[in-house]
Ligand binder design. Structure first.
Ligand code: IPE
Ligand code: IPE
Ligand code: MG
Length: 243
């Protein structure tokens, strides 16, 4: 009997990498790569919604990305703000719910304002969840969850034995977020760069050679096709739940 294949992914997460390399290879400034990358965000978001994805999580800015030169960080923040304003109508028209994970308080106030506005406006939408990871780090998320748990232990609301996997998950930035089924990284790099460390324990990985600004529907479909061929076992034996 053949082993059961994974089917279609419900939650896809993407490490959108290679903006700088895309630009450099064309003799352009890195910042041009970021501007082009926004086009890919638009395209892939639409494609995801059309494919009836439950959730698309995009790694847009890591906690470590604050270390980049000030002008690059500034440009990324301006692009983000422009995206949040410019895509608002499109998000609403497509019944998309916008959410975010990360240390959002670190974002500039004007970006934060537009983020909050789009989140609130789209909160009741029932289609795909578009989740932006902003000022996000997987280790930082776990630290933030542990701090919240420690406070509750000190307050007498939890005992050490209450700290289960479920309790840790309940204190993450988005407790209700299902773990990603598929994690795509563009631009060929074989690392996770501090993305969703807790959530990707059994996520299927796909590394695409294309840089993010050139990543299009056909490349997404290639990742989906690869995923469909995977046999997910979660440590058990394929197709068997118990016994
Ligand atoms: C991804 O592209 C965008 C962000 C990390 C914000 P990079 O800027 O990392 O591009 P490369 O990896 O230098 O090519
Ligand atoms: C990961 O890409 C972060 C984002 C895509 C937002 P980086 O370019 O920052 O990762 P490293 O430095 O190559 O690991
Ligand atoms: Mg990079």
């Amino acid at each position: 009997m053949s082993e059961p294949l994974a089917g279609d992914p419900q939650h896809v997460a993407i490490i959108m990498d290679g903006n700088g390399r895309w630009a450099k290879s064309r003799g352009l400034r890195r910042t041009r790569g970021h501007a082009e990358g926004v086009e890919s965000v638009r395209t892939i978001t639409r494609a995801g919604a059309r494919r009836k994805l439950g959730q698309l999580t995009l790694y847009a800015f890591s906690e470590e990305n604050w270390k980049r030169p000030r002008h690059e960080v500034g440009l990324l923040m301006r692009l983000l703000r422009r995206f949040l304003i410019g895509e608002r109508a499109e998000i609403m028209d497509n019944n998309i719910r916008l959410t975010a994970v990360g240390r959002l308080h670190r974002l500039p106030a004007d970006v934060r304002r537009e983020l909050d506005k789009t989140r609130e406006l789209s909160a009741d939408n029932t289609g795909m969840v578009l989740n932006l990871a902003l000022s996000y780090g997987g280790r930082q998320e776990i630290v933030d969850a542990l701090r919240a748990i420690a406070r509750r232990v000190v307050a007498g609301e939890l005992t050490p034995d209450d700290i289960t996997e479920g309790a840790v998950t309940a204190h993450l930035y988005q407790p209700d977020m299902p773990p990603p089924d598929l994690l795509i990284r563009t631009a060929g790099e074989m690392r996770v760069s501090n993305f969703l460390l807790w959530q990707i324990s059994y996520t299927e990985l796909h590394v695409a050679p294309e840089c993010w600004p050139e990543f299009r529907e056909e490349h997404l479909d290639r990742a989906f096709a690869a995923y469909r061929q995977r046999v997910r076992k979660f440590g058990g034996l394929a197709g068997k739940t118990t016994g």
